[in-house]
Write a protein that binds this ligand. Structure first.
Ligand SMILES: NC(=O)c1ccc[n+]([C@@H]2O[C@H](COP(=O)([O-])OP(=O)(O)OC[C@H]3O[C@@H](n4cnc5c(N)ncnc54)[C@H](OP(=O)(O)O)[C@@H]3O)[C@@H](O)[C@H]2O)c1
Length: 221
């Protein structure tokens, strides 16, 4: 019997947190490549992504994890903090999309997953991390626009919006403060996202386009 050839999956931010857990969960099903700044790949730099594309070719799927958080009042958020939020949450995604989408489109199939945050769904004012949520709203808008543009070429983009996902580097003090608001009564773990990611990468997930999928134990209800 012929060995099955695994489809390639890039995880940007596979060194910690949600990305690391996805890498550990999916490596048997996909040929996973993981990138991060500490491994020498800054996705805010287009030349870096270009060089990875030249070396490895276009992936079947790309999961984009960078997305720093900031819990500060809007008017107290300094320009350099806005810049850091935009660079981490939005710019790295756009840079990679500019390079990877055309290459994935040429293959005629592909999946792209970015991360929002569950409170987006409420479309409400934000007192906790308003700058962060403003930037995530922008990311969702970008994901939806690209999803509509690229679906005809077989590349499906979606946004996963996690709630309070605890891991070794998550914002634990803030998560503990919010925990009581979760109807399920517990913080999430990266494992809680794996089933949805599997679905979105699979043929069974092939009719989901440009959606925000919330995984938050009911926090945003
Ligand atoms: N954890 C939660 O509770 C939660 C809740 C809502 C939404 N989210 C969103 O879910 C996503 C993943 O969250 P997380 O908690 O796992 O994040 P995380 O712990 O901050 O991990 C981010 C990963 O991305 C990498 N990264 C950051 N900037 C990069 C860049 N410029 N180029 C390449 N890699 C970069 C980091 O490695 P390096 O630092 O080495 O580059 C790290 O591996 C984020 O977008 C976050 O906003 C998380």
């Amino acid at each position: 019997m012929q060995p099955t050839i695994k489809k390639s999956l890039w995880i940007v931010g596979g060194t910690q947190g949600i990305g690391r857990h996805l890498k550990e969960s999916l490596w048997e099903e996909y040929q996973v490549l993981s990138f991060s700044r500490r491994e020498g790949q800054d996705f805010a730099e287009e030349s870096v992504v270009q060089s990875l594309l030249s070396t490895h070719g276009a992936p079947f799927a790309w999961i984009h994890c960078p997305g720093s958080f900031l819990e500060r009042n809007l008017l107290e958020t300094r320009p350099d903090e806005w810049e850091a939020l935009l660079r981490s949450n939005l710019w790295t995604f756009l840079v990679a999309a500019r390079v990877l989408l055309p290459a994935m489109g040429e293959k005629g199939e592909g999946r792209i997953l970015a991360f929002g945050a569950s409170a987006l769904k409420q479309r409400s004012a934000k007192l906790r991390g308003p700058a962060y949520f403003a930037v995530k709203e922008a990311l969702f808008s970008v994901v939806q626009s690209l999803a509509k543009e690229w679906a005809p070429r077989g590349v499906l983009l979606n946004l996963i919006s996690p709630g309070l996902i605890a891991h070794e580097h998550s914002v634990q003090e803030s998560q503990e403060r919010m925990k009581g608001k979760v109807p399920l009564g517990r913080l999430g773990t990266p494992r809680d996202l794996v089933g949805l990611v599997r679905l979105l990468l699979s043929p069974e997930g092939g009719y989901l386009v440009g959606q925000e999928l919330v995984v938050d134990g009911g926090l945003s209800l």
